[in-house]
Design a protein. Structure first.
Length: 429
């Protein structure tokens, strides 16, 4: 398996363009911290491409060596440089960094920018901003009701009361975490079972916890308003061709701000949580086809995406514009009209790959959780990294690649590995 990984790494070197964006995030599991790096770019057909560069364990978190744990921005910067070097690139290849809004990532982007002498924009996670905005909205308008439903849910989870609910075929309302998605699920569950609770022979103390009719009306109102946020949250989770670009995310956030002004503190383009508002404004204008409205600062912020003479000559604008014109006339779609405006007289390369979420990394770590079951406790971190690396980059290798590795003979590392056919087939599907 290690030999296959080396071949895929070789293919990766030739597959990467000169410049690309990085999507980064971390994940802790069993006293170990993993840090994943994805490369993202848009190819000549305006299709977004992503490659997993690495998903390595950082420092083992144990009590004996706790003082030497180093997950600082400086260490992560060295790690990123090492991984870029392994695929024939360096910091100059970075167009932007997409990551969550922790204190480490902004510092990481600043340090890399100082190293290469130009700004490296950090694009924060839109899903994280949405979660903060919803929690602010709930704290402002509905925190008392949420607390009351939560208290009722805890009372219904006791052994005695949960048994009474089960006899009626009711599953109690649960609050599994403080994330707003779980709060929304709890509210939905309460609305579903609220009218059945009086018939469950519950104690008077529990019945007193049930919200009044006036409170229930407000809960129904809160539920409808939270559906608006949930709809945007689901849109942010989309992948592939359905994934929202930054202009579409901006459109969704602006609609939420118009309906719920209190969310502007986290969702507005100039919110304090936004690290590089000038860069994000410029990307949105380019994606909407309004390049002529770019300010001088915005043009400087996206100078890395400006096409050179060779790229401009190679762009067959006439064919592309005609295709998009037909699509726009047939479907009158928002995306087609944006693409038409952008391609009529564009001076910039496509920015569709500038992601404002880290969903791809979150899904990678979810896959890691599936792989590291209790039946695989003996799996080494190196083997887990190879599993993830090969699975995500599975389009870079085939059965022919495996056969070439077999024909070449085992490497020194593979002599101690026992890669079954079943494992390789699992990575392919």
């Amino acid at each position: 398996m290690d030999a296959i990984g080396k071949k895929v790494e070789t293919y990766l070197k030739s597959d990467l363009p000169k410049t690309f964006g990085l999507i980064v995030d971390g994940y802790s599991c069993d006293h170990e911290h993993y840090f994943a790096i994805f490369a993202s770019w848009t190819d000549g057909t305006e299709k977004v491409q992503r490659r997993l560069l690495c998903c390595c364990v950082q420092d083992e978190l144990d009590d004996e060596d706790e003082a030497n744990i180093d997950l600082t921005a400086e260490s992560l910067g060295d790690y990123i440089l090492d991984e870029l070097t392994s695929v024939g690139h360096n910091f100059d290849s970075i167009e932007f960094i997409s990551g969550d809004n922790t204190a480490t990532n902004p510092k990481l982007a600043r340090l890399i920018g100082l190293k290469i002498g130009k700004v490296v924009p950090l694009v924060g996670c839109a899903s994280y901003r949405l979660n903060l905005a919803v929690m602010t909205f709930i704290d402002t308008h509905y925190q008392g009701l949420i607390n009351k439903i939560s208290t009722l849910s805890k009372a219904l989870r006791t052994l005695k009361n949960s048994s009474k609910l089960r006899k009626r075929g009711i599953k109690e309302a649960l609050l599994s975490s403080t994330e707003w998605g779980s709060l929304f699920a709890m509210v939905n569950r309460y609305v579903e079972i609220e009218d059945k609770l009086p018939d469950c022979n519950l104690d008077d103390k529990v019945l007193l916890l049930i919200p009044s009719r006036a409170e229930h009306s407000r809960i129904l109102q809160m539920r409808e308003e939270l559906k608006e946020f949930n709809c945007v949250s689901m849109l942010l989770q989309q992948e592939g061709d359905l994934q929202l670009d930054m202009s579409e995310v901006r459109h969704q956030f602006d609609m939420l701000i118009e309906k719920f002004p209190v969310t502007a503190s986290h969702l507005s383009v100039d919110a304090d949580i936004v690290q590089n508002p000038t860069f994000e404004k410029a990307i949105v204008k380019i994606q909407n086809g309004y390049e002529e409205s770019l300010t001088r600062q915005e043009r400087d912020a996206v100078a890395r995406f400006r096409m050179n003479a060779e790229e401009a000559d190679s762009l067959d604008s006439a064919v592309e514009v005609e295709n998009v014109r037909n699509a726009a006339a047939a479907f009158e779609s928002h995306r087609a009209s944006k693409k038409l405006r952008r391609q009529l007289d564009t001076k910039y390369r496509s920015t569709k790959h500038v992601y404002c979420t880290t969903n791809v990394v979150e899904r990678l770590f979810s896959r890691a959780k599936i792989i590291t079951t209790h039946l695989r406790q003996g799996m080494t971190t190196r083997r887990l990294e190879l599993f993830l690396f090969l699975r995500f980059n599975k389009h870079l290798w085939t059965a022919k690649t495996v056969q070439q590795v077999i024909d070449d003979g085992p490497s020194d590392q593979d002599e101690n590995e026992d890669d079954s056919d079943e494992e390789l087939e699992h990575l392919q599907y």
